[in-house]
Each structure stands twice: as C-alpha cells, then as structure tokens.
Design a protein around this ligand. Structure first.
Ligand code: SF4
Length: 337
C-alpha cells in the first residue's frame, strides 16, 4: 500500500479521487470503483502498489504496437483492478477483482524490474499492461521515471480514461501508448463500459500534442459498435484530430465475461478495414487470421516494407532512418533502432 497521488480530502474523512474521470467519492474504509484505491482514515491508498500478477517478455507487436521498435521485446507487467467495467472484458479475471480477492499477486520492487528488463536481450523497456495501468499509477510513474533515467523505454497500454493532470505527469516518462478507442458513441461507453467517450478522445489529443507515439485499437463487437456510419465518424475524427498517419488496429472480438454475442465475422472486419484504409495510411487487422491488414506498405511506392506473420516481424524493407528502401520515403510514425 502507498498513499495515492491525485486526491482531495472532503468532509467526514471522505476523499475524492482525481486520478480518472470516475471522480469517486470514497468514504472511510471504502474502496473506489476500480477496487484498488482505499480510503483509510481520510487518506487514500493505492492497494496494488508493487503487487503484480502478470510479468512476461512479449513481442512488442502483441501490445499491439506495430511501428514502435518493430521486432523487439518488451517486459510487460500488470496488476489487478480497472476503472472501467466492460461487459466484454477480455482480461476480466484480473481487471474485475481486488488485491484481497486475487491470490496470485507477487511483490516486486522498482529495482527488481529494472534489473530484469536490462538483462533480457532485445528488450527495449517496460510495458504497463494486462490490466488498466492507470489504477496502479503510483507504481507505474515511479518505475517509469527510474526506467527513463537508465535509458529504457516505457509503454502504456490503456483505455485512455485518465484525467489531464495525471496524464501530463506520465507524459514526461512514457514514450509510446497503445490506447483503446472502444467505440464512437457515448451510449456504448455508458452501457457497456461504465465510462464516457469524451475523456478518451481528450487523452488521445493530449498524447498527440505531446508528440508521443500512439497506436489505437478498436475491438469490433457485432451489433454493439460495428455501425458503418458511426465507424466512419470515428475514422474521420482520428484523421482530423490525430492525423492520417495514426496507426489503427481493428481487432476481432470473441465472447468473454458478460457478453455472449457471437465472435465478429471476418467479413465485418474486412469491410470496416476498407473504410478505415480509404482515409488512414496505416490500418491493421488483429486477433484473426487474415492476409489483408498484416504488413506495412509504403504509402508512396506501395511496396511491402514490414512483413508480419503472427508475431514474426521482418523490417527488411526499411533502412536505419526508417525510410522505404525502394523509394526513400520516410515511414511516418515509425520509431526504429
Ligand atoms: S482511479 Fe479508481 S478510485 Fe480513482 S476515480 Fe478512478 S475508479 Fe475511482
């Protein structure tokens, strides 16, 4: 446990958490909506500080990040809790629980993780992922600062539901973000995630303005967020607000947690892919077998420059400066060794 950042004391030992747009008002001995921030005698504590349930070295493509040091590894850590309650959560066993209810937690120190991260070959840094890292903010920001100081990269895989001030502090140390944009309607966010869309859009704009690497993931769920009109509106918003070089991953949904809608038909993904591809330069298909939407193609000469096959990635078509070897065009939004 560690005293939380970003909260204010109110009357009768109640506190208001200012970390995310849920703005929980938490009474003494109660816990916030995310299940991992507890009020003890008028002080707010992060329950999961340094307590991790998932630690692994993953290919960076698994985050998914396709244009950030392609073909490298990233030490990935996660804990329990989430500030959203998505009915279709693909990781609900860890996201919808608390420290006291989950038995498989292990205590880690900042130096343990830095040491392990530096030791592993082809590992570029640390990803905060698996559950929503905003809800282990205190551990994440301390670790990210320490990692930054020794030259490791920091990656946050997030639902983007975080307030502006805590995000601006994180932006000092986080190099790349994989952000879920789950749908483009307030009703979807309200009914299926217990949150709102607008703060997620603000997060994306704030990250873009800070010049950090962003890739967006949109999980397509039949009947809930596959409406063509709304999807097109979302693509237009990304294009205008974040730019046409913004990387978008369309991901296939499978029934999980409280949602038993059938898995997304591949035809739906391909149809939405074509719409997105008509406006954005880099769109990819994930979570299903597909020949389309796997490789990075040069936007100038149309040659394939990064080839992906599962988590195997070949960057043979790009040079050290991140330019296409066939026509010398810079691949926008690509960071490479
Ligand atoms: S981080 Fe948790 S406690 Fe704080 S406002 Fe968000 S859901 Fe509530």
């Amino acid at each position: 446990m560690k005293e939380a950042l970003f909260y204010k004391k109110t009357e009768n030992k109640t506190v208001e958490c200012l970390l995310c747009p849920q703005f929980c008002k938490i009474k003494n001995n109660k816990t916030g909506f995310c299940k991992v921030r507890t009020n003890k005698n008028g002080k707010l504590y992060s329950d999961n500080y340094g307590l991790l349930c998932s630690v692994a070295f993953d290919p960076i493509e698994k985050k998914p990040l396709y244009h950030y040091f392609p073909s490298s590894n990233i030490m990935s850590i996660g804990s329990v809790g989430c500030n959203l309650h998505c009915k279709f959560c693909q990781n609900w066993e860890i996201s919808q629980t608390s420290v006291s209810k989950y038995s498989y937690m292990e205590k880690y120190s900042i130096s343990d993780i830095i040491f392990a991260s530096q030791k592993k070959q082809n590992n570029i840094g640390i990803a905060y992922t698996y559950n929503e890292p905003t809800v282990f903010y205190e551990f994440m920001i301390e670790l990210a600062e320490a990692a930054y100081k020794v030259g490791l990269k920091n990656i946050m895989v997030s639902n983007g539901f975080i307030n502006e001030k805590p995000l601006s502090e994180l932006l000092k140390y986080i190099d790349a973000f994989s952000i879920d944009l789950k749908a483009y309607t307030e009703s979807f966010y309200k009914n299926y995630t217990s949150s709102n869309l607008e703060p997620v859009k603000n997060t994306l704009k704030q990250i873009r303005k800070a010049g950090k690497h962003i890739e967006i993931t949109n999980l397509i769920i039949p009947t809930l967020n596959d409406n063509i009109e709304k999807f097109t509106e979302m693509i237009d918003w990304i294009t205008h607000e974040l730019g046409k070089d913004t990387i978008l991953h369309l991901s296939r949904y499978f029934p999980r947690y409280k949602t038993n809608i059938e898995k997304t038909p591949s035809a739906t993904i391909h149809k939405l892919y074509k719409i997105a591809k008509s406006k954005l330069n880099y769109v990819f298909i994930g979570n299903m077998h597909s020949d389309e939407g796997q490789n990075t193609v040069c936007i100038n000469c149309n040659k394939t420059i990064i080839v992906r096959n599962g988590y195997y990635t070949s960057t043979q078509g790009i040079d050290k400066q991140g330019k296409c070897i066939y026509c010398n065009t810079k691949v926008k939004d690509l960071t490479k060794n």
